[in-house]
Design a protein around this ligand. Structure first.
Ligand code: ZN
Length: 139
């Protein structure tokens, strides 16, 4: 079942989060919470030559919110700011509409979010990074 496969991906990120921890000397730090579910996420990123150099997160909450932050922190380091902004938009669009194969493991989040009130869990870290980048327009 594809659904089981999706659950495994999400559970793997929840149990073994990638790049979890505070990033020292971060250029960008943005905290968001999701009162509906009690999730909290802080996303950190360092920028170098127009690229996201390092990306990390801290937080607590449900498996969807933390796995999503882990996926973000794993996927985005090394990408240009433009690529990252595109990917954030593509992910947010997917969560509002339908699965996209080109987003790889991120499709697992879409696959297991069955009710609209869990969408916020999945988008929390991405909204935080988006907001953080918007606050850093000159770097
Ligand atoms: Zn949640």
């Amino acid at each position: 079942m594809i659904q089981d496969f999706y659950k495994e991906i999400v559970l793997d990120h929840y149990q073994r989060p990638r790049n979890r921890g505070k990033l020292e000397n971060a250029d960008l730090e943005e905290h968001l919470n999701n009162p509906l579910c009690g999730d909290e996420v802080t996303v950190y990123a360092s920028l170098r030559d127009g690229n996201l150099d390092e990306v990390a997160f801290t937080g607590r909450g449900c498996s969807i919110s933390q796995a999503s932050a882990s996926m973000l922190a794993e996927r985005l380091p090394g990408k240009s700011r433009e690529e990252v902004e595109k990917e954030i938009e593509a992910f947010l669009e997917m969560m509002r509409t339908e699965e996209r194969e080109d987003l790889g493991d991120l499709a697992a989040l879409k696959g297991i979010v069955q009710t609209p009130n869990r969408i916020r869990c999945a988008t929390l870290a991405w909204d935080a990074l988006k907001r953080g980048l918007e606050g850093k327009t000159n770097t």
